[in-house]
Design a protein around this ligand. Sequence first.
Ligand code: CA
Length: 253
Amino acid sequence: MQIRLRDNAGHGVVNLKRRRILLVEDEEDIAELVAMHLRDLCDEVVVARDGHHGMRLATTADWALIILDLRLPGPDGLSICRAVRRERSFQPILMLTSKSSELDRVLGLETGADDYLTKPFSVLELGARVRAIFRRIESLRQTDGGSETIRVGGVHIDPARREVTLDGESIELTAREFDLLEHFARHPGRVFRRADLLDSVWGYGHEGYEHTVNSHINRLRAKIEADPSQPEMIVTVWGVGYKFCELEQPRLV
Ligand code: CA
C-alpha cells in the first residue's frame, strides 16, 4: 500500500510505503552510531557525509525523516533545512547541534525544523524523538481525508489539507507550527502549561525544552497576530503558560 500525505502547498510528498531516513552527518563515529540505532525504526537509513551530498539527497527524494547536523563541510544544516522547506513544508526535519549556544541560534532563525537535539545526546533520546515524529505522521495519515474544518475568528484551519487561512489569506506554517495552532484552536480558552504543550504537540515527555515552545509560539504569533507584540489570539498567562483566545468558540463545519 502506498500512502501519500500532502504538504501545506497540497503536494504529495511523504511516501510511507518504505520508511527511509536521510542522515546528514560528517562525523563518522556519530553517523555510524546513529544509523545503527535508526535502522530499528525504519526500512533504510541513507547517510550523507557532507553538505553537498546531503543537499542533493534532501531536495531530490522523499524521506520519512531528514536528520541534519548543523555544522557540515559544504552547505550547513540550516541551508539544507531552508532549501527543503522551500519545496516541502511538510517534510519532518530533526536538527542536531553541537552546543546549546548553537541551539539558541537555530531556534532564533526561521528554519522550521520540527525538533532539535544537542550533542552529546543519548541514542535512547534520539530514538524517542524519532518515534514521536513518526507517531505524529501516522496520526496525520489517519485523519487525512477528513472534511472537518475549524474556524476561530478569522482563522480557518483545514486539518485534512493542513491548510490555514487568516481572513482569507493563506498562511505558510511549518508542520510543528500547524500542530500547535490546531491544538490551541481545538481547545479555546484552556490554559496550557509549556510542559502540557510539549506532551501534546511534540509527543514525548521531557524537561528543559520549554524554550522550544516559546520559540514556536513566537514564530506562530508573528504569522497570525495583527500585532505580535500585543497578541490577542495566543495569549500569555503569566506564570502558567498560554491560552488561545476565547472570544469566539471554534465552529466545526
Ligand atoms: Ca558536524
